[in-house]
Design a protein around this ligand. Sequence first.
Ligand SMILES: [Zn+2]
Ligand SMILES: [Zn+2]
Length: 132
Amino acid sequence: MTEEIAAVNPAPSTEQKKPEIVAKVEFITWKYPPYCELCNVYFSGEPCSKTHFEGRNHKNRLHTWKEYQNPDSLPKNSKDVLCNICWKKMNTQLILDDHCKSPAHLKEEQGRLIVQKLKEDYRQLKESNKTN
Ligand SMILES: [Zn+2]
Ligand SMILES: [Zn+2]
């Protein structure tokens, strides 16, 4: 067997239910967060997180995100429309509408829900760590 299993939970399970994605207290000491709000992804190991936040994909999104935080910096005649889930610019509303139905976009939408839940979980973890 040379097949690699890239699952979040490496333990083989006979249960059919999905592994629940939960905040882990040992992850809060990472240099980078165990999830990325911009890219709608989460990480199961610190090296993954580091690779992601220092990687090109993330930096590209960050660039787009920053642009839209300050609308004055956008070109006045730009007709670009933004998908603010994927942080991708589209040329027309029609392209954006199509994009929003694409599997890639739907996957990002799912990811965002998980990341939002994780973010709140980690906020609470950090709070409770402080009071100890
Ligand atoms: Zn990212
Ligand atoms: Zn999208």
